[in-house]
Design a protein around this ligand. Sequence first.
Ligand SMILES: [Zn+2]
Length: 446
Amino acid sequence: VALGSLPEIDALQVEQSRSNEIETTALTFVLTQPVKYRYFTLSNPNRLVVDINDAMLKADVAKVPLDNTVIKSIRAGQTGKQVRLVFDLKQKTDTQITLLAPKSNYRDRLLIVLTSKNAAITSKQIPEKKTLNTSKNSLLLKAAPERDIVVVIDPGHGGKDPGAVGSYGAREKEIVLGISQALYHLMKNEPGLKPVLTRSGDYFIGLRGRLQKARNAKADMFIAIHADAYKNRSARGASVYALSQRGASSEAARWLAQKENYSELGGVDLNGLEDSDKNLRSVLIDLSQTATIAESLDIGESLLSHLSHINSLHHETVEQARFVVLKSPDIPSVLVETGFISNPSEEHNLQNPAYREQIAKAILTGIKQYFVDNPPRGTLYAAQKDEQQAQLAHRTQELPYRIKKGDTLSLLADEYHISVEAIRKRNGIHNGDINVGQTIILPAIA
Ligand SMILES: [Zn+2]
């Protein structure tokens, strides 16, 4: 195996949290591919040693901030194709390690969770170190080749719940069903996308029932369709919502309390965790929610940019709220308020099938654009992106490139198979500065 094709450990993130007297440190290694690993602990002084086989360490672990964590220092060494990481610990900890499967724009990760009783608070004995059944915990989702991206479309309200009612009698439940069905039919004709409706007629489904349908369908994303009402009849325009942090916290508490109802999270079998004190479970839920909200916000932005061609925007950016239907911790979820049914001219528009079709098209374009940029692994969109990347890797001509949010010169250099220096030189960039929206020229590969 050439070193260049080995999995790489690209980054290390450390998060610290505390509940009651339990200190939890979550270490996330960001990987380019899944890895094989083993670990053991040593005492006097306390250390955790993690060996990762057939991998290259790219992250600078010495620079990771460790303030307030249970870790004193991290040492890392690469011997041939083996990476050894030694964590010097301030006290004895419980250690749990699990590989996390990639999730849309998040890559493979190795998660190490260290828990310890805060010695200053409790005099209770630290529980015996638990053994970890790695075969149970290293759950990698193996997707079938080129599966479809599943989009669950949720028309709001229905049946005994009419939703908002306009001054000319338009009912939200009918309008949003019309938009959702238009979206469903457009999406059905899109290779690589598979739409699923939570309701296809005028009947009632509870909010939790909608979440369950998304889980059953193994949704890659969830989109709820609504039409607002407000006492001020001049209020108008579309809005997009993602879950708020407070909504996420209350849902995490529910997942912990109703353990038996929530056994699977983003491909990880939570019942398979040896985790009597629920710490690992709690960290996994938290990490998943953080990632899912970030993805939902990105999807929301993509939707707003296309909805803005059809309707004015009531909110220019994605709003965050505690809507129940947005609470799936592992399924990016957005709620689109397509317009105000309480505004007579919008009510009129929303009753027009041609207008609904336009809204549905804008939503579809926003969804497609998001998945072109962030294809879930194993999908047709991912295969297309890979092929595009392969072509880029052999490009014989220069390529103009518009800087996006999150781009850095070194990420671009990696992605486009050239050196940072080559990009700097071609574009006359003297420091690291690049600005979102700026267009630079990526040199050809000689
Ligand atoms: Zn509604």
